[in-house]
Every structure is written in structure tokens, then in C-alpha cells.
Design a protein around this ligand. Structure first.
Ligand SMILES: Cc1cc2nc3c(=O)[nH]c(=O)nc-3n(C[C@H](O)[C@H](O)[C@H](O)COP(=O)(O)OP(=O)(O)OC[C@H]3O[C@@H](n4cnc5c(N)ncnc54)[C@H](O)[C@@H]3O)c2cc1C
Length: 501
């Protein structure tokens, strides 16, 4: 802490806030986390995250712990019609996908949040205050001032921070303080979420996720972890929400898969799935991340994933600015880079939602016929490019996330890169750069890695380049075919700021 001012205050201790606190903790920044609730939200919510997100947990030093509470999903997701015919498949993957781990992971959100919270025990300079609610917020040239209510002692107090990140969920107070409206991306649909715990194995329940595209009653089935299984069930016109959550109705709805005596109900609740995005993610010292900034229907299992990517994009930028290695303007790139990236996932989820949520039998028949005309189409997660920000290059792979190859010595790439920028390239190109470039690399602590490992060499060959410059969040800042081009993209590394804070 600088005087009595925290470097960063995080509002909300869900997955977005807890991940950001871990990343900022690693950078040694002083952090205050404020959370209204006493305990982790205990009921199931997210069940899936992707390989890029596991890689962020790895960067946070928690991969082993997260692996212990999750399982790799190697079998993908099937979109089946009412007759059980497969229309569309999201491919499964091997245990080591492009990010050095499986592409899909299944988990129980409260267990993941517990791992993230335990991770903070490593950082004495990160303070967590549960039962403390943000009630108002202001900012001036020096810092932001937070009005906080200590709900335990029933006392109000004020605290200050250089920057504030609102990870305070869908009803975000920080978003209201920023004055940001929510852009509507088109889908708002109530679904019943029904979680059970099996008493024993139930033969015939698939290991892969099933999107049951039955126009009479669209549903999703998911094998979560251990004995947890989930059905998400679309509400149909005329449904009585109170009637739907009665145990007799619930068991009837899933009777083609399971019988009441085979499992215990963990909970059943109706959520309205939204597709919305905040129009402004930053105002001065205030930022939004996670559900406070965007919400997506869960058809791709990507809501929390986007929250974790937000944390990964913002953490190193806050560190660079707070330490005077970059100007405050770098923080503007957080919103400009992240919002089109999130939007690409939300739009795909809405598109898939339209396939799943077809309730007109005639339209469903046409949909089925179209898909059945060919082999079941296979799609992967998109790898969108960041929006405008700290990168240069006309086309992919620039501004996409770099894969995590295994090095010849058996280590995964990120173990060598740590929290730093990195330059990876053929030795003659690395040695031929100018003095300015070398100084910039040094100033930013960039890891310089000669491309001697076969998987790294193969990536360079595949993209027809001889060097690549990576940011600390593993996104590609630029690629180069020559030392001059490498000088050129290295000039984008943030210039030294005139003053800190
Ligand atoms: C049924 C369902 C299924 C889902 N499936 C998936 C999935 O498979 N994969 C996926 O990636 N995502 C999924 N999601 C989405 C995922 O659960 C959310 O995106 C994720 O929880 C968002 O995390 P967050 O930290 O942004 O917000 P939250 O988890 O909502 O945390 C916000 C926190 O802020 C606190 N807070 C709010 N206001 C204040 C205040 N004024 N002062 C102090 N504290 C405050 C709240 O108490 C809360 O703890 C699913 C969601 C649902 C509902």
C-alpha cells in the first residue's frame, strides 16, 4: 500500500474478483477485496471452462489445485434432435490441446471459487473483507474513494485505491457509478436449471454434453464432476414456474434419462439467460469485469470464461501502469480489446441458442433436414482477435492468443515465460535487432527465447514468420519475418510513463 491508498480495490469475490486478486497478488500489488456475502455462493452455476482459462489459472500458480477439483471433457458436445440424431458436434479434444491442457474442463463453481480463495493466502498484501459492502464511490485526480458498509459491525467507513475493478456481478453498483448502459445482444429466455447428485452409476447417461434440440421441450444435459449431473430445461409458453420446480414435475421432465430413486435433487431454479454487454467498461479509475461487464446465455459455457479473460487482460496492464512502466492510456485498451472478443463468443452462443431453442415443429424439421444433408458439422470454440489495442498486424494470428507448446525439455512454455512479455524467434533474427529494441525488452523484463524447440519451430513455420512478440497475457502483440520488423513491433512496448499513478 502507498500511504493508506491501495493499489487496486476489487469489488466482488466471485470468480472474476478472486482470479484478478490472485494475478495482482503475484505482481506484488496491494489489493483490497470487498465482498458483501459471508460465504461463497453455495449453489451450482458454471460447469464448464475452456483451455485458455485453465492456462490463466496456471499463470496464477493454481493449475494443480484446479485440476484436483475438475475433470477434462474429452468427448465434446452433441446437438441431437428429438429422435436422438446428432446434428452438430463441438469436437472433443485430447488431454493436451493447444493450451497445453484439455480444451474443455468440467467443474462445480463453488469448489473452483474455494481454490481461488485459498490461493490468496500466498499474498499478505492482498486483504479480503467479506461482509463488507460497497455503497458509493467517487474519484479525483489522486485516487478513488469507496464508501463501505461493514455489515458485521454495522459501521460505515471510507477507503481509497488508485484503481477500482467492479467484479460485482450482473447488478453491478460500479457499473451504475460509471453510468454505463447495457447493449442488448438479442437473447433473453427463461430456463430451468436442475442439478442432481447420482446415488450410483446410471447406465445410458452420456459422458458428453447433450443439447437436446426437441421443439417440444429443448434441454441440455451435462455430466459435471463426480456424481453431479445437470439438466437445463427451456421454459415453454404456458409453463407455470412454481409447478415446474416441484419434484414430481422435475422427474417427469427428465424421465427419459433418469428415475427419481437414482439421484437426489441438489437444487432447481429458474434463471433468465441474457445476452448483454456494458457500453463503457472504464471511467477514469473505475473498471468493470466479469458479469458486471457482460452476460451470455450458457450454451457455450463461456460466461465465467470471459470473466477470467477480463482478469488476465487487465492484471498486467494495471501492474505496468502502477509501476510507471506504461502510461495510464494503456488501460483504455482493456475495454477496446476485450469487448469485441467477448461479443464474438456471445454472438456464437446466441446463434447456437437459436438452433437449440427452436420450438416451431416445422422449423425444427427444416433445421434437422439441413444438418442431416451432410455429416454432422463439427465446430470448435472461436479464437477471436482482440479489438484495437496493444498489437500490430493486419491478420491472425496477431491479436489472438498464442498456444502453449511443450518445450524439448518437457516443460510447458508458460513455465518459462512467467508474468512477462516474451520474444520467441530464430536466433539470427533475435541477435540482429537494434539497441533500442534490446533496451525496451530489458526495461519490460521480456523473456527472450531462441526457437530451438520443435513445437515452437513448427508454429513459426506454419505462420511463415521468424519471430513472435507475446504480451504477459499470452496474446500475440506482433510477428516478424526480419529483425527490422521485430524492431518495428517492439516499438509498441509501452513507453516509460512520465509519472506513476
Ligand atoms: C445456470 C448457469 C450456468 C452457467 N454455466 C456456465 C458455464 O458452464 N461456464 C461459464 O463459463 N459460465 C457459466 N455461467 C456464468 C458464471 O456463473 C458467471 O459468469 C460467473 O459467476 C460470473 O462471475 P463474476 O465474478 O463476474 O460475478 P459473480 O459470481 O456474480 O460475483 C459477484 C460478487 O460480487 C458481490 N457483490 C455485488 N455487489 C457488491 C457490493 N456492492 N459490495 C460488495 N460485494 C458485492 C456479490 O455478492 C458476488 O459475490 C453460468 C451461470 C449460470 C447462472
Amino acid at each position: 500500500m502507498n500511504g493508506d491508498i491501495f493499489d487496486v480495490a476489487i469489488i466482488g469475490y466471485g470468480p472474476a474478483g478472486a482470479t484478478l486478486a490472485n494475478l495482482l497478488g503475484q505482481y506484488g500489488l496491494s489489493v483490497l477485496v470487498l465482498e458483501r456475502d459471508a460465504e461463497i455462493y453455495p449453489l451450482p452455476r458454471a460447469v464448464h471452462f475452456d483451455g485458455e482459462v485453465m492456462r490463466v489459472f496456471e499463470t496464477a500458480g493454481l493449475r494443480r489445485e484446479v485440476e484436483a477439483i475438475s475433470r477434462p471433457g474429452l468427448k465434446g458436445m452433441h446437438f441431437d434432435n428429438a429422435a436422438g440424431e446428432t446434428l452438430l458436434i463441438r469436437g472433443g479434444t485430447s488431454a493436451r490441446g493447444p493450451h497445453g491442457c484439455a480444451t474443455n474442463h468440467y467443474f462445480h463453481q463453488p469448489e473452483l471459487e474455494a481454490v481461488l480463495r485459498q490461493g490468496l493466502a500466498r499474498y499478505p498484501q492482498v486483504q479480503v473483507r467479506t461482509r463488507h459492502e460497497l455503497t458509493a464511490i467517487g474519484q479525483d485526480a489522486q485516487c478513488a474513494t469507496l464508501q463501505v458498509s461493514d455489515l458485521q459491525r454495522q459501521q460505515a467507513y471510507a477507503v481509497q485505491a488508485r484503481y477500482v475493478v467492479g467484479c460485482d456481478g450482473a447488478r453491478s453498483l460500479v457499473r451504475k457509478a460509471i453510468g454505463s448502459a447495457m447493449a442488448d445482444l438479442g437473447l433473453h429466455q427463461p430456463w430451468l436449471v436442475f442439478d442432481v447428485r447420482l446415488k450410483a452409476d446410471v447406465p445410458g447417461l452420456p459422458d458428453h454434453t447433450v443439447q437436446h434440440c426437441d421443439p417440444a421441450r429443448p434441454m441440455t444435459f451435462c455430466n459435471v464432476t463426480g456424481n453431479r449431473r445437470r439438466w437445463e430445461i427451456m421454459l415453454m409458453p404456458g409453463d407455470d414456474p412454481e409447478e415446474l420446480v416441484r419434484p414430481e414435475t422435475l422427474w417427469q421432465l427428465v424421465s427419459q434419462w433418469i428415475k427419481p430413486e437414482q439421484a437426489d435433487i441438489e437444487r432447481a431454479v429458474i434463471y433468465t439467460f441474457h445476452s448483454v454487454m456494458a457500453e463503457t467498461w472504464r471511467q477514469g479509475r473505475l473498471f468493470l469485469a466479469g458479469d458486471a461487464a457482460h452476460q451470455t446465455p450458457p450454451f457455450l459455457g463461456q460466461g465465467m470464461c470471459a470473466a477470467i479473460r477480463d482478469a488476465s487482460n487487465l492484471a498486467w496492464k494495471l501492474d505496468a501502469v502502477l509501476r510507471g512502466r506504461a502510461d495510464d492510456a494503456l488501460l483504455d485498451s482493456y475495454c477496446s480489446e476485450r469487448s469485441p472478443h467477448v461479443q464474438a463468443f456471445i454472438e456464437l452462443a446466441v446463434k447456437l441458442g437459436a438452433i437449440i431453442q427452436t420450438t416451431d415443429p416445422q422449423a425444427a424439421r427444416q433445421r434437422d433436414a439441413k444438418f442431416k444433408a451432410g455429416q454432422p458439422e463439427i465446430f470448435e470454440f472461436p479464437a477471436p482477435r482482440l479489438g484495437p489495442g496493444l498489437w500490430r498486424g493486419d491478420s491472425a494470428p496477431v491479436a489472438q492468443v498464442f498456444p502453449q507448446p511443450m518445450l524439448a525439455d518437457g516443460r510447458l512454455l508458460d513455465a518459462v515465460l512467467g508474468l512477462n512479455f516474451a520474444v520467441i524467434g530464430e536466433e539470427d533474427v533475435l541477435h540482429a535487432v537494434g539497441g533500442d529494441t534490446q533496451e525496451r525488452w530489458q526495461h519490460h523484463g521480456a523473456v527472450v527465447l531462441a526457437a530451438r524447440d520443435p513445437e515452437v519451430q513448427a508454429w513459426l513455420r506454419q505462420h511463415g514468420v521468424r519471430a513472435v512478440l507475446l504480451r504477459p497475457d499470452r496474446y500475440i502483440l506482433g510477428v516478424a519475418k526480419t529483425a527490422v520488423e521485430l524492431d518495428d513491433i517492439s516499438a509498441l512496448l509501452p513507453a516509460v510513463a512520465a509519472s506513476t499513478h
